[in-house]
Design a protein around this ligand. Structure first.
Ligand SMILES: Cc1cc2nc3c(=O)[nH]c(=O)nc-3n(C[C@H](O)[C@H](O)[C@H](O)COP(=O)(O)OP(=O)(O)OC[C@H]3O[C@@H](n4cnc5c(N)ncnc54)[C@H](O)[C@@H]3O)c2cc1C
Length: 331
């Protein structure tokens, strides 16, 4: 508005912060896309490091930076920065056999909230935890013999995740506690109740911010989301524009849809103008619920069942149980 008021025909606006030219609104077509989702089961076949990097980069939309050797530095960096939720995106299942009950009692006394623990028999446990879950039990309860045995086992196989946790006198050997990995193929053969607790699935949603706000209310999940603090939508990798999710409430081309479209266009204009003098985290304060965002939700099958039960009922937000064919196919 301001540039028009001054009688300037400043088309395009020069965006000093991102060194790119932003076309004036009337020259720009808005990006409106339908919602979608993808079950990330391909990642189940990848190493823990590759999986964590692939999920973690959604926050910064820096997937283009993935190379054959980028996972390790990426993971070291996010751990050093304390962005630990990224390390929740990969789980490991182990079987731990002990010689006496005391070892199990000592582990359970730590109240390991973020590990799934089931007894296979009197002295054998099935434990599933994320990289973060195993790292933090090592960090907070290093004196517990079973924690020492599990940490030593995992550190030997995945030194990257323990680079900052190795005790000064090395990992302790714990005779009488036998740890072994349970491969995914074996997890999938577990009895239904155990399978539901130990098998985890990641789903990537491309939806609007209102929907992700509802999804993240489900607590026993791990989440990573595209960050409006870091992503600068004036950059060329975002096609220099904000992307919006087509609302299912309005018929395309109808009067309500046109009103919505007008609001989004104006919002985008203001956002891009703010970006010319402000940071993305400041400019995002004008972005609406309809803004497209990407979210990865990672949970076990028990929690997914709970989510489907709540979010496919008639009481749920219609966009959540959208008629879009993509959503209709969620099992
Ligand atoms: C139709 C509908 C309308 C809604 N409307 C609103 C609204 O108006 N305002 C609003 O704020 N939210 C609303 N919500 C969100 C809702 O309140 C829940 O936050 C959300 O659905 C998460 O579900 P949940 O609490 O059952 O379980 P989750 O967070 O998915 O947890 C799964 C299970 O873990 C257990 N659990 C997890 N955390 C705890 C805990 N701290 N204590 C005890 N047990 C726990 C419970 O057994 C729970 O069932 C709505 C949800 C729906 C489906």
């Amino acid at each position: 508005m301001e540039y028009r008021d001054k009688g300037l025909t400043v088309n395009p606006i020069y965006n000093a912060a991102s060194f790119c030219f932003i076309p004036a609104p009337e020259e720009r077509s808005m990006k409106i896309i339908p919602p979608s989702f993808e079950i990330l089961d391909d990642l189940d076949q990848q190493s823990l490091a590759i999986r964590i990097e692939a999920c973690g980069r959604i926050c910064y939309k820096s997937e283009d930076k993935i190379t054959e050797s980028s996972a390790e530095p990426f993971i070291r960096k996010i751990i050093k920065h304390g962005h630990n939720s990224v390390a929740e995106m990969a789980v490991v299942t182990i079987r731990v056999a002990v010689e006496n009950e005391a070892a199990i009692t000592a582990l359970l006394a730590t109240v390991p909230r973020y590990l799934r623990i089931d007894r296979l028999d009197a002295l054998t446990l099935l434990i599933t935890g994320s990289v973060r879950g195993f790292r933090e039990i090592c960090l907070f309860h290093p004196e517990v013999p079973m924690v020492q045995a599990i940490s030593a086992y995992l550190a030997a196989r995945h030194p990257l995740f323990y680079f900052d946790l190795t005790p000064a006198d090395g990992w302790k050997d714990r005779p009488g506690i036998n740890v072994e990995k349970v491969p995914l193929a074996e997890v999938e053969q577990l009895a239904p109740e155990l399978l539901a607790r130990h098998r985890h699935m990641a789903v990537k949603f491309v939806v609007n911010r209102a929907i992700t706000h509802e999804i993240v209310r489900h607590r026993p999940c791990s989440y990573l989301q595209e960050s409006q603090r870091y992503c600068r939508y004036s950059e060329s990798k975002f096609d220099n524009q904000v992307t919006f999710i087509k609302p299912l409430f309005f018929e395309e081309g109808g009067p309500e849809f046109l009103l919505w479209e007008e609001a989004m266009r104006e919002t985008e204009r203001l956002y891009l103008k703010l970006l010319s003098t402000s940071t993305p985290q400041a400019a995002r304060t004008v972005l609406p619920n309809s803004c497209k965002t990407e979210l990865i939700a990672f949970a076990n099958l028990v929690e997914w069942r709970h989510i489907f039960k709540l979010r496919t009922s008639a009481a749920a937000e219609p966009s959540m149980r959208s008629d879009d064919p993509a959503f209709r196919t969620i099992p």
